[in-house]
Design a protein around this ligand. Structure first.
Ligand code: RFL
Ligand code: PHB
Length: 389
């Protein structure tokens, strides 16, 4: 088998790149380790930047997102008994779109089906080979059957735990990491959201977030110790703890109901440099992850895909490799800004187990300063709606 671009990982990054390239006549294949149902069962991102939405439109997969996604012009930050609004639209002229990663991935799979895109599910033991040569290839298994595809380029879109990054010799990369001493316990419930706009809350008991997928589907999170497991939290205990961390005016009107999904995600910041090894290019969570506090993860993946898509177009349409050569540098410049913002939002809003009284007063002062300064609010807002590509 032969193709132009071999993509490892059928999450949003891999599928979006595959769809964009296919529409420009660039042949590609996506190798995904899991079944489609498994990928669609993961509840993750909810907030999209306009740059991401623009890329979905360019890929011809934005029809449902534009119809069902909610435009949000602001977010709230609750702290010290107050609930204060960040006017994203007023501060930046831009807004964000609330549309779940599950729905977006479903739209991408359906678009790949319609165009007859090659997406292999349940691909076991995917391995890239000869990445430093001009003729790399990929091998994998489905059941007992073995396959091989030769390609011009390999794109690693297989997330943080994937095989792509691990295929790079350790002495050719540098890794940067910060692990946070807590996780987020998330609950999805078929209830009316407590607020039409997201509420990020800092409370002495820990962080909480009120988010949503639609006006009938709510997504809530609370900061929990890393030692907790989902079994430690009944629905009743979750709602009780969430209410304690929200201002009374919010807690009093919170509608609770049975959880339809409950999971714990550890928080981590991670970047690998460079994002290229020979003919392997890394994109999305395969190269960098952030704690979800700033809603940057999927949006940072989208900017990688944007740079990579244009670089591959320049290569195939003009014979110009400068985009590919500069990909890592260009992508990392934006990635690090997303890292900084996510780290800052996380430090601002979480309670660290080892923090001193001094640290906590500084956090409160940071919040007081934020809401006393249009410039400080403007900085938060421009990062939240997404810095330019
Ligand atoms: P993914 O989604 O992890 O997809 C990688 C795919 O690769 C497959 N795979 C392999 N395939 C073949 N061979 C192998 N060896 C493989 N190993 C893995 C996997 O099965 C999978 O299908 O990476 P991708 O595509 O780069 O997408 C990244 C996003 O998923 C991620 O950044 C976001 O979900 C992060 N995130 C958020 N991002 C935002 O921009 N806004 C948000 O509001 C937001 N909220 C969140 C989030 C992530 C969260 N969690 C659970 C980590 C909220 C949460 C709770
Ligand atoms: C979500 O709705 O899952 C969500 C929203 C905003 C975040 C993180 C997660 O910052």
């Amino acid at each position: 088998m032969k193709t132009q671009v071999g993509i490892i990982g059928g999450g949003p990054s891999g599928l979006l790149l595959s769809q964009l390239l296919h529409r420009k006549g660039i042949d590609n294949i996506v190798l995904e380790k899991h079944s489609r149902e498994y990928v669609l069962g993961r509840i993750r991102a909810g907030v999209l930047e306009h740059g991401f939405a623009a890329l979905m439109r360019e890929a011809g997969v934005a029809e449902r997102m534009d119809r069902e996604g909610e435009i949000h012009d602001g977010i709230f930050i609750a702290h010290d008994g107050l609930k204060e609004r960040v006017d994203l639209k007023g501060l930046t002229g831009s807004s964000v779109i609330v549309y779940g990663q599950t729905e977006l991935t479903r739209d991408l799979y359906e678009a790949r089906d319609r165009l007859g895109g090659k997406v292999v599910h349940n691909a076991e033991d995917v391995r890239p080979h000869d990445l430093e040569s001009a003729n790399p290839y990929l091998t994998w298994r489905v059941g007992d059957e073995r396959f091989r595809v030769d390609c011009d380029y390999v794109i690693g879109c297989d997330g943080y735990h994937g095989v792509s990054r691990r295929s790079i010799p350790k002495d050719r990369i540098r890794e940067y990491e910060r692990v946070y001493p807590f996780g987020w316990l998330g609950v999805l419930s078929r209830t009316k959201p407590v607020s039409p706009e997201l509420i990020y809350a800092r409370h002495e008991r820990g962080f909480a977030l009120c988010s949503l997928r639609s006006q009938t589907l709510s997504r809530y999170y609370i900061q929990v110790p890393l030692t907790d497991s989902v079994e430690d939290w009944s629905d009743e205990q979750f709602w009780e703890e969430l209410k304690r961390r929200l201002p009374d005016e919010v807690a009093d009107v919170l509608i609770t109901g049975p959880s339809i999904e409950k999971s714990i995600a550890p928080l981590r910041s991670y970047v690998v440099e460079p994002m290229r090894y020979g003919r392997l290019f890394l994109a999305g969570d395969a190269a960098h992850i952030v704690p979800p506090t700033g809603a940057r993860g999927l949006n940072s993946a989208a900017s990688d895909i944007y740079y990579l898509y244009h670089a591959l177009l320049d290569h195939y349409e003009k014979g110009d490799d400068s985009g590919l050569d500069r990909y890592s540098e260009k992508a990392l410049a934006r990635v690090w800004k997303g890292q900084r913002f996510s780290w800052w939002m996380t430090m601002l809003l979480h309670i660290f187990p080892d923090s001193s009284a001094y640290d906590r007063r500084l956090q409160q002062t940071d919040l007081a300063y934020l809401f006393s300064s249009q410039r400080a609010l403007g900085s938060l807002a421009e990062n939240y709606v997404g810095l330019p590509y």
